[in-house]
Ligand binder design. Sequence first.
Ligand code: FUB
Length: 334
Amino acid sequence: MQDGDPRYIAQPLTDEIYTADPSARVWDDGRIYIYASHDEEVPQELYGTADAFDMRDYQVLSMDRPGGPVTVHSPALDVAQVPWAERQMWAPDAAFRNGTYYLYFPAKDAEGIFRIGVATSQSPTGPFTPQAEPIAGSYSIDPGILRDRDGEHYMYLGGIWGGQLQRWQDGTYDADGAENDPTPPGDPAIAPMVARMAPDMLQFAEPLRPVRILDENGDPLVAGDLDRRFFEGAWVFRRGDTYYLTYSTGETHYLVYATGDSPYGPFTYRGRILEPVEGWTTHHSITEIDGQWWLFYHDTQLSGLTHLRNVKMTPLTFREDGSIETINPMTDVE
Ligand code: FUB
């Protein structure tokens, strides 16, 4: 989209379909590919509930450069193709290894339990062929892949509330577990999880482990620290020798970050990346393109409805000390 509403610092990348949860990747061809959720309309009685996010397929967006025309590619994967998945194809990510593109996605199985699936293709835009089963040992939502400099890949995942992570705190799924976060406010907050991927990228090389997020005193962030604790949407990238763990704080609607010197953490909380956008959810990725870092995010500019979102991108600035300048998604134009 070219023209837009001056109240926003950035305009939707497309208005052909509703898109959310953008994971932006630049593969060897230099093109920018955005693996995003494909939001769709639902019955009004679902508005305001997690069931309103009832996505059925993925369509990859691509562009040759920031600001270039955006192509919406035909469906990359449909839930009907995935033997184990029933519904709610939520935030995906992708990786490239062994000459193959891997699409990672959360979906609910027949028991209503979120698992992480993987599908493969020889093309970055698909169509992708799903594996018959979800990744063994996977659960919850929002897979995000880090490709480290040594060629190892790590998957980060998890989301509380509708993402069900609070139901896995003893390692098995508690079907009677809380809908929201039952952790006492002064206790350590529920952590996102990480595992190194096996060379075939279809399974974990090791069990999932929690990623510790610490405050400035080296103590774990606590569950009551709603402005800073992890909610969903973990995205990890490396800049120099520093690993950045970035995520959403959920009901306080911030994108924030923490830094560490290992893909496993621990990470120390550093600050905010993005102030609240319009809409309840906030979800993002951060990618370097030709020397400039970009924040990909979503809001609800086109629809005004929380479950019908649109992806955007805006430049991201690092200060000399590695800290990130906080972005306000709105201008001061009335
Ligand atoms: O798009 C569905 C869910 O909303 C995602 O998985 C979360 O991160 C939130 O953006």
